[in-house]
Ligand binder design. Structure first.
Ligand SMILES: [Zn+2]
Length: 569
């Protein structure tokens, strides 16, 4: 589902970017002048000044965002792009020896929610003894991002209480994942997506398969409370209780007229609960209900705690029996598609820009690096690592604090070295030659809250990538790693990068850079595209920053070695 076609290279992106900047600047001048002079001077038409050259890339990015409502889909959407560029899957649990060779392109996943892809330069030194100068060979040029975003996840027991019904509404239980701006989830049209474990009984064998599911229609809603039912004080103090107020409504309990006999699992005897306290649910109802539904065919009692209507929707979407659904990891998402916005179409409005924008650009940069023939002169390994679980601290088997990166570097290095001399020393030399571009969205200055930004560090949308720094190491950037990227941007003819530091009276966020660096010792920089509304259900970024970000990532993969070797470490 949501398969993406191969993306086309835009070779003149840096020129386009400058063109847009000039165009936008000119437009701004015209607008300001026109308003002040009131001379009747015709303003440039937004349609003719439209950022036409940026739109193909922006539209591909928007397709990627829409196709990736959860980490599992983000990984699959990325794999589709990589496979169309010739990347092959490496099986887990099997040695890489003999499988990874110069010029090769590979990927593997963990938990199907974290993705590692890499392309081996044709000029990597495969002899770990090194040449006359003792050069042990290659390094890893890594672009890292994260596939997850704050959202509402379906609880392990999706049925609310024992009947699933409150005040005549059938709801499902949800849990807050990460630090979302939860008030933005009210009154949105919500779909549901993720992975479902399905029992497969073929002939004499039985197995469990993982299936992606995406119910891309407004089956759920978290309604606001009407203004008339709130006091002025309530409105002023509007606070979301994450347990009580965010449970979405799946259906009304007028089931006969709405669903007829089709919903076999819904219990005819359920009471329409109207009391405020769900703890008063009557267990006897549920017991009777369960005796009539399909739980008889499943063995571990899991189904009995699931909302039957949800199981039915999933089974219809997947074409399996409800009794074959063994488990799931599902989250809600806003079904509104990504849109271009602004008078000049200079914005992308979408869910999950943090951090699908970085994931898209990383995949695209790697694909274009390969398709442009850059592997021919490449002495290193170009890699992208898109982690799950960044929004909840990254400490999991598949997060940025996991051994994934170190393990990948070790295994790939051992596979490439043709001799048996590959050892700890060689590996350490490889790590020292490596570099991580940790990419996560950055905070653009907000015109209505400009004072929230430090006075000299106010990144703006459509003015280029942002380097993030924090001397307390919430970000991994150092003077050297920051300079390297500025120099690469300069050599690629890109606009200067912007800088961000948080105000001293404000807490600083963090991301995957410090975690990867501290776990592997690899140098890193934290940077990203500027955006507004971070962690809202719908965020905003500039179209030019997509173009600019892609150009910078490609330049990083192409020029890192030459720039790095000229800078004292
Ligand atoms: Zn992020």
């Amino acid at each position: 589902m949501g398969r993406m076609r191969r993306l086309v290279t835009s070779s003149s992106f840096s020129l386009q970017c400058f063109w847009f900047l000039l165009c936008a600047a000119a437009s701004t001048v015209f607008v300001a002048h026109g308003l002040a002079a009131s001379s009747g001077t015709r303003l440039p038409s937004p349609m003719t000044a439209k950022t036409a050259d940026h739109l193909p890339l922006a539209k591909k990015a928007m397709e990627y965002f829409d196709a990736s409502p959860d980490p599992f889909h983000a990984v699959q959407t990325s794999i589709d792009l990589l496979e169309s560029a010739g990347f092959e899957e490496l099986a887990d649990g099997v040695s890489y020896k003999g499988k990874v060779v110069p010029g090769g392109k590979y990927y593997f996943t963990r938990n199907k929610s974290t993705l590692v892809a890499f392309a081996v330069g044709n000029k990597v030194v495969t002899n770990s003894d090194g040449g006359d100068d003792g050069d042990t060979g290659f390094g890893f040029k890594v672009i890292g991002g994260h596939t997850d975003s704050p959202n509402l996840k379906v609880k392990p027991r999706s049925k609310r209480g024992t009947t699933g019904v409150k005040a005549g509404s059938r709801q499902i239980g949800v849990e807050c994942y990460g630090g979302g701006l939860w008030h933005t989830w009210f009154d949105r049209d919500l779909g549901i997506s993720g992975r479902v474990l399905v029992r497969c009984n073929d002939d004499s064998t039985s197995s469990i398969q993982q299936r992606l599911v995406k119910l891309d229609r407004a089956i759920l809603r978290v309604p606001n409370l009407a203004i008339h039912l709130q006091t002025a004080k309530d409105r002023e103090a509007f606070k979301v209780n994450k347990e009580d107020h965010l449970s979405p409504i799946l259906a009304m309990e007028a089931k006969k007229s709405l669903t007829g006999a089709a919903v076999s699992n819904l219990d005819e005897k359920e009471d329409d609960e109207s009391d405020e306290d769900e703890d008063e649910d009557d267990d006897s109802d549920a017991d009777e209900s369960n005796s009539e539904n399909e739980t008889a065919v499943e063995e571990d009692g899991w189904t009995e705690y699931q909302e039957p209507l949800l199981l039915q929707l999933l089974s219809e979407e997947l074409g399996v029996d409800t009794s074959d659904i063994a488990d799931f990891e599902l989250n809600l998402f806003d079904i509104q598609k990504a849109n271009l916005g602004g008078a000049f179409s200079e914005f992308v409005h979408s869910a999950r820009l943090d951090n699908l924008a970085s994931c898209f650009l990383a995949v695209q940069a790697l694909v274009e690096h390969v398709n442009d023939g850059c592997l021919d002169d490449d002495e290193d390994i170009s890699m992208i690592v898109l982690y799950d679980h960044e929004e909840v601290g990254s400490t999991s088997a598949v997060g940025a604090a996991s051994p994934i990166m170190g393990e990948a570097v070790r295994r790939i290095s051992a596979a490439i070295h043709s001799d048996s001399n590959s050892n700890e020393d060689t590996l350490d030399a490889t790590l020292r030659k490596s570099f991580v571009l940790s990419v996560d969205q950055a905070h653009a200055v907000h015109p209505n809250y400009a004072a929230k930004h430090e006075i000299s560090h106010q990144p703006k949308m459509n003015e280029g990538m942002v380097i993030k720094r924090n001397s307390n190491q919430r970000y991994a950037t150092t003077a050297v790693t920051g300079f390297l990227i500025r120099e690469i941007a300069k050599r690629a003819g890109l606009p200067p990068v912007q800088e961000f530091i948080v105000r001293q009276d404000c807490g600083c966020g963090s991301t995957i850079g410090p975690l990867i660096s501290s776990a592997t010792g690899i140098r890193a920089i934290d940077m990203g595209c500027p955006q507004l509304s971070m962690h809202s259900i719908r965020e905003t970024m500039g179209v030019c920053d997509l173009t600019n970000g892609l150009a910078l990532f490609k330049a990083f993969l192409q020029h890192f070695r030459e720039v790095d070797s000229a800078v004292e470490q």
